[in-house]
Write a protein that binds this ligand. Structure first.
Ligand code: AMP
Ligand code: GLY
Length: 425
């Protein structure tokens, strides 16, 4: 089977790598791909969705997998489905669960799915009034997609009001901030939980934990994620059950009832507060870097994507290796503040068999020059992934691999999975 993967990050690289290594696939195409995905398949630069659908037909591609949110919210799935093509991801209307925070919060509230107390508004006066009723910290969110930057955690009423004003005036995030959500701050620990859905059935994957802050001990600015591990011991059967009954089932039912059945990945950003899972947000795609740790644990990744895309998850065989994976992001020098000068990436030869067999790199922000050299060109450059029988072993392998990777200005956290290790010992 020929496959097309849409996107250019480490997430898409990891999906391609898993399919190539452990599923019966023929050719893999990436659109647009990055400077390293051409080691796994063929990069194609087409931008227009209809032209891309023509390419899919012409090249006998039987499945398209969409990685990032932007093409989903722009309706790629609708264009492909209208042409009778198999595609993994939600339709444009269903992708609003990520594309509009107001849509998402109102959906949660309509279906009694646990979430932080909130208001949505485009009026500064209404925002101010609600802010006064909350105890800081207070969370202010722009409605639309802001590349992961549209959430402010304000430490005082004044700061919350200032941020709400900046957003509503359009100064902070343009049109994406013309409506906002103001909500109470939830104090707990965060999980990333993914449910693969085919419109009616679902499979919940082992939970992951991301590390959003740039620096060790969860300090410094928020980023797209500096590392993650799977599965996390911070979740137990009780939490999975609550997520299933209170979140996944009512969401799929609600989406069906509202005529936008959900297919693809339902990414639940969960805050666990005193043992209760509460939804912070939905995304409609795999997390990055969480995907890079989930993929190596999947025995047959194709089944998951293909069966979900054709509406036959009930007959999918989704099995996981009984292992752990830890991924450490290596970012470029000025991340997340500004671009960095491209820097050549050198990866030492790995001589230890246990390391070479149980670790790998998922490449993200990289480009390749005409001599074949790889350069760090993006914010998050690559993810070093270690797999092991314990979180500790997986973490050690991920960090050993980090030690073999060199580029000027590289930065990474040194404590990925620390919360789990407190439990695992
Ligand atoms: P979001 O894009 O909504 O996930 O927000 C980005 C990050 O902000 C989340 O991953 C949380 O770390 C934090 N966050 C968002 N909403 C809340 C909340 N209500 N309480 C505490 N932290 C939050
Ligand atoms: N790692 C979090 C995200 O992909 O949104």
């Amino acid at each position: 089977m020929n496959i097309l993967i849409i996107g250019s990050g480490g997430r898409e690289y990891s999906i391609g790598l898993a399919l190539k290594n452990r599923s019966n696939v023929d050719k893999i195409y990436f659109n647009p791909g990055n400077g390293a995905t051409d080691m796994l398949g063929v990069n194609i630069p087409i931008k227009d969705f209809s032209e891309l659908a023509d390419f899919v037909v012409a090249n006998n591609i039987e499945l398209t997998i969409v990685g990032p949110e932007a093409p989903l919210t722009e309706g790629i799935v609708d264009v492909f489905k209208a042409r009778g093509l198999n595609i993994f991801g939600p339709s444009k209307v269903a992708a609003q669960l990520e594309g509009s925070k107001i849509f998402m919060k109102n959906f949660l509230s309509r279906h009694n799915i646990p979430t932080a107390k909130y208001i949505e508004t485009n009026s500064l006066e209404v925002a101010y009034k609600f802010i006064e009723t909350l105890t800081p910290p207070i969370v202010v969110k722009a409605d639309g997609l802001c590349g992961g930057k549209g959430v402010i955690i304000a430490l005082s009423h004044d700061e919350a009001k200032k941020e709400a004003g900046e957003m509503l005036s359009g100064n902070a995030f343009g049109n994406a901030g013309k409506s906002i959500v103001v909500e109470e701050f939830l104090d707990g620990y965060e999980l990333s939980v993914f449910a693969i859905c085919d419109g009616k059935d679902y499979v919940i994957l082992p939970a992951a934990q991301d590390h959003k802050r740039l620096l060790d001990n969860d300090e410094g600015p928020n980023t797209g994620g500096m590392g993650a591990y799977v599965p996390t011991p911070l979740v137990n059967e009780d939490i999975y059950k609550k997520l299933e009954d209170r979140v996944v089932k009512p969401t799929l039912k609600g989406m069906q009832e509202e005529n936008m059945p959900f297919t693809g990945v339902l990414f639940m950003g969960v805050m666990v507060v005193k043992g209760e899972p509460i939804i912070l947000e939905y995304n409609v795609r795999f997390g990055d870097p969480e995907c890079e740790e989930i993929m190596p644990l999947l025995k047959n990744p194709l089944d998951l994507f293909y069966k979900a895309a054709i509406g036959d998850l009930a007959n999918a065989k989704i099995e996981f290796f009984d292992k752990f994976a830890v991924g450490v992001v290596m970012a470029s020098k000025n991340y997340p503040y500004s671009d960095s000068v491209p820097a050549e990436i050198i990866v030492d030869d790995i001589v230890h068999e246990s390391l070479s067999e149980n670790s790998h790199i998922s490449y993200a922000g990289v480009s390749r020059d005409k001599d074949g050299k790889l350069y760090a060109t993006g914010g998050r450059v690559l993810v070093c992934v270690g797999v092991g029988d314990s979180i500790k072993e997986a973490q050690q392998r991920a960090y050993m691999l980090c030690g073999q990777v060199h580029f000027a200005g590289k930065q990474c956290r040194s404590d990925i999975a620390y919360q789990a290790l407190k439990i695992e010992g």
